[in-house]
Design a protein. Structure first.
Length: 189
């Protein structure tokens, strides 16, 4: 089977879906290549994630990962939740097909960005709902499918320099002649 039982179960019956009004941290993460979006909301009490919810306009794998990430983070301290990665989420789900691994980046990154938002608000004492949630895009490395955050031109895990294919917009290795996604020759650029 392409997807594990657990992935199918979380996809069909996702946990913690919804919005938290007056959340302490909010973040929206998008994948500019497929257009999918995930928003995470966290409520923090005594340094613990007391409540967590998500909304997604994403594929089945992104729904399952977001759902499991909320389960993994709920009740954890901020420091414990900080350690949750996309690799942990995929392991917890019993794996994802290689070509869907990049979908795990959305849920895990949205959790981390919601924690960033919470901590920023703590620092600036802006705990009111008018504080703007974090919004950012996340790219995936075409080789390890891991997150390439902030630095869109380098994958730390593979240690390769990346660039966007002029035709399909996906990331590819710098200096490579042919895009591994759409096959476009880069010599034309
Ligand atoms: Fe976009 Fe899965 S295809 S997150």
């Amino acid at each position: 089977m392409l997807y594990s039982k657990k992935v199918m179960e979380h996809f069909q019956n996702p946990r913690n879906v919804g919005v938290i009004k007056n959340a302490d941290g909010v973040a929206e993460i998008g994948n500019p290549v497929c257009g999918d979006l995930v928003t995470f909301y966290i409520k923090v009490k005594d340094n613990r994630i007391e409540d967590i919810k998500f909304q997604t306009l994403g594929c089945g794998a992104a729904i399952a990962v977001s759902s499991i990430v909320t389960e993994m983070a709920k009740g954890r301290t901020i420091e414990e939740a900080r350690k949750i990665t996309n690799v942990d989420a995929v392991k917890e789900l019993g794996g994802l097909p290689k070509h869907k691994f990049h979908c795990s980046n959305l849920g895990a990154s949205a959790l981390q960005a919601a924690i960033d938002d919470y901590q920023n608000r703590q620092k600036t004492a802006k705990k009111d709902v008018s504080a703007k949630p974090i919004k950012k895009d996340i790219f995936s490395c075409p080789y390890c499918e891991g997150p390439v955050e902030g630095l869109e031109d380098y994958c730390k895990r593979c240690q390769v320099e990346l660039k966007k294919c002029y035709k399909c917009g996906n990331l590819m290795k710098k200096g490579e002649d042919k895009c591994p996604h759409c096959g476009a020759s880069q010599k034309e650029t």
